[in-house]
Design a protein around this ligand. Structure first.
Ligand SMILES: Nc1ncnc2c1ncn2[C@@H]1O[C@H](COP(=O)(O)OP(=O)(O)OP(=O)(O)O)[C@@H](O)[C@H]1O
Ligand SMILES: [Mg+2]
Length: 249
């Protein structure tokens, strides 16, 4: 089982969107995937995956012994991926309890944890339960600065791998030097981007329906990200630049 936390520091950069899309691509390749919503109180993984109305139990019910962790999982309508909904109340959710629930999913290939924004307790709880981290940033300077802070904090956790995803890249602006490109952001942060997701209006439009169509420009980018995650590789494939670079490892 690989346990991956998707984090960022700055809010609203696309953690939940990337968690849901990456999980679904891995599941469509045949991997057993569970997403754990670590964003207690402000959870929206259930909304983004359109399972909201089918939620019966959440992580608090698991901790209170009302059900087993597996029983609380809700299956995605588009794939075999399952989602563990978050609770509205965080009182029972210590880092240790959260880790215990994550570790109970041993029969899955991937547990992907959607981290809350910020670097407070919720961040610590989500990161402590993982072995690997994916840091999301957008090309905005404030997001890059927060990603840098988070990368610093992640060094104090025993993680086997930390990688970067650059989200909301606008190729037209990169070409005009109005926006930093993914390669430049990777160089600034000293972490190779394993995913470059373009700005895609279809994401916001279709997210309310629970899935983004295959024709979306971001779809290819998510496939490339899923390839890297599944193969544990760091190939740099920037769909916004339409150029492929060699594998880094
Ligand atoms: N590549 C993209 N192109 C266009 N819109 C996007 C893209 N990625 C995410 N979004 C939009 O950005 C908004 C924030 O995304 P999301 O909720 O995934 O961020 P988050 O980091 O999880 O936020 P929070 O910190 O509040 O948990 C959503 O409305 C989503 O549809
Ligand atoms: Mg989120």
């Amino acid at each position: 089982m690989r346990k991956i936390v998707v984090t960022s520091g700055k809010g609203g950069v696309g953690k939940t969107t990337v968690t849901a899309s990456l999980g679904r691509k891995l599941a469509l390749r045949g991997y057993r995937v569970v997403l754990v919503d670590g964003d207690v109180g402000l959870n929206n993984l259930d909304v983004v995956t359109a399972i909201e109305r089918r939620v019966v139990y959440d992580i608090s019910d698991v901790l209170m012994g009302k059900c087993r962790a597996f029983q609380a999982l809700v299956q995605d309508s588009e794939s075999s991926m399952r989602i563990l909904p978050s609770s509205k109340d965080s009182s029972l959710l210590t880092a240790q309890a959260f880790k215990g629930v994550v570790d109970s999913f041993g029969e899955f290939d991937f547990v992907i944890i959607d981290c809350p924004a910020g670097i407070e307790h919720g961040f610590h709880r989500a990161v402590s339960a993982a072995d690997e981290a994916i840091v999301i940033t957008t090309p905005s300077l404030s997001a890059i600065r927060d990603a840098d802070k988070v990368l610093g904090l992640l060094r104090s956790y025993r993680l086997s791998d930390v990688s970067l995803v650059v989200n909301r890249v606008r190729p037209d602006m990169v070409a005009k030097h109005e926006m930093l490109g993914a390669a430049e952001i990777g160089a600034l942060l000293h972490v190779p981007p394993i995913g470059v997701i373009p700005e895609d209006d279809l994401i916001t439009l279709y997210q309310q329906l629970g899935s983004v169509p295959d024709c979306a420009i971001s779809d290819r980018a998510y496939l490339a990200l899923a390839d890297n995650v599944a193969n544990n590789s760091k190939a740099f494939y920037d769909v916004t630049q339409k150029r492929r670079f060699g594998r880094r490892r």
